[in-house]
Design a protein around this ligand. Structure first.
Ligand code: NDP
Ligand code: 8X3
Length: 250
């Protein structure tokens, strides 16, 4: 039977590539993000392969999250797979210089947004006693690096929530797992450096970073395991990366 996947942060990077691969593999897709123009373009593209529904909301907005998810039409209402991917880093400053708005954004989006979306989707999974939640963490959730402070804290929180969800949802047969990427070339660094494309490009200079499709492929692998197999925690790095700050550049 065709499964349905809801992907947050589907307008760019890892989320977009994940929606693309799942659509080509016969999942019905609920695309989420704030940028409606991009949602429309992707909906058109993916409609060649599958049924697509779009939801435009800010994961920080509690009411918008619940209203949007409650508005999902019947044909998409049974969500088999939730990909909690929406998130970003904002700024890269020592803690003493950190911008309070950046801190709020990272905690509100990466942590609270993930919680709101999960809270809106989990009841139906509990009712059906099945479902699969994939939380996109980061190497920044496994270690801390200079100036990464609040972003690292937000991703450590994702790591903790991933473990906690797996425990709390265990009685209901729901699969929960995290994927923790290292450097993936997406719009991530452009967002972190507030549109400074040169600074962003430098992050990926001198080595081959992961491509969003590399993570999307792995997500497809994870969701397509037999139901008794739950890939609980996976760190994926470019070969050139050994740790958050150890990168072999040309
Ligand atoms: P991108 O910037 O390319 O994509 C981020 C996505 O998140 C966009 O689709 C954006 O959509 C969405 N998003 C951001 N803020 C909000 C919000 N407030 N409400 C709803 N959606 C939002 O980055 P990536 O693809 O790299 O990032 C995806 C995930 O992967 C993030 O959780 C990131 O932390 C994680 N990650 C990334 C790594 C990397 O090196 N790139 C490494 C490790 C983890 P829109 O703006 O349309 O709302
Ligand atoms: C993104 C990877 O190393 O910039 O989560 O934190 S890193």
């Amino acid at each position: 039977m065709t499964k349905t996947a809801l992907v947050t942060g589907a307008t760019s990077g890892i989320g977009k590539a994940t929606a693309q691969i799942l659509a080509k593999n016969n999942y019905k897709i609920i695309l989420c993000g704030r940028r409606e123009d991009r949602l429309e373009v992707l909906e058109k593209e993916l409609s060649k392969f599958t049924e697509v529904h779009t939801l435009s909301f800010d994961v920080r907005d509690k009411k918008a999250v619940f209203d949007s998810i409650n508005s999902i039409p019947e044909a998409f209402a049974k969500i088999d797979v939730l990909i909690n991917n929406a998130g970003n880093a904002h700024g890269l400053d020592p803690i003493q210089n950190g911008d309070l708005d950046d801190w709020d954004a990272m905690i509100d989006i990466n942590v609270k947004g993930l919680l709101y979306v999960s809270k809106a989707v989990i009841p139906q999974m509990i009712e059906r006693k099945s479902g699969h939640i994939i939380n996109i963490g980061s190497i920044a959730g496994k270690e801390v690096y200079p100036n990464g402070n609040v972003y690292c804290a937000s991703k450590h929180a994702v790591d903790a929530l991933n473990q906690a969800m797996r425990m709390d949802l265990n009685p209901y047969g729901i699969r929960v797992g995290a994927i923790h990427p290292g450097a993936v070339e997406t719009e991530f660094s452009e967002v972190r450096f507030k549109g400074d494309t040169e600074k962003a490009a430098n992050v990926y200079k001198g080595f081959e970073p992961l491509h969003p499709e590399d993570i999307a492929d792995i997500i497809h692998f994870v969701v397509s395991r037999p139901y008794h197999v739950n890939i609980a925690d996976l760190m994926v790095l470019p070969t050139a990366q050994a740790a958050a700050t150890i990168l072999k550049r040309d």
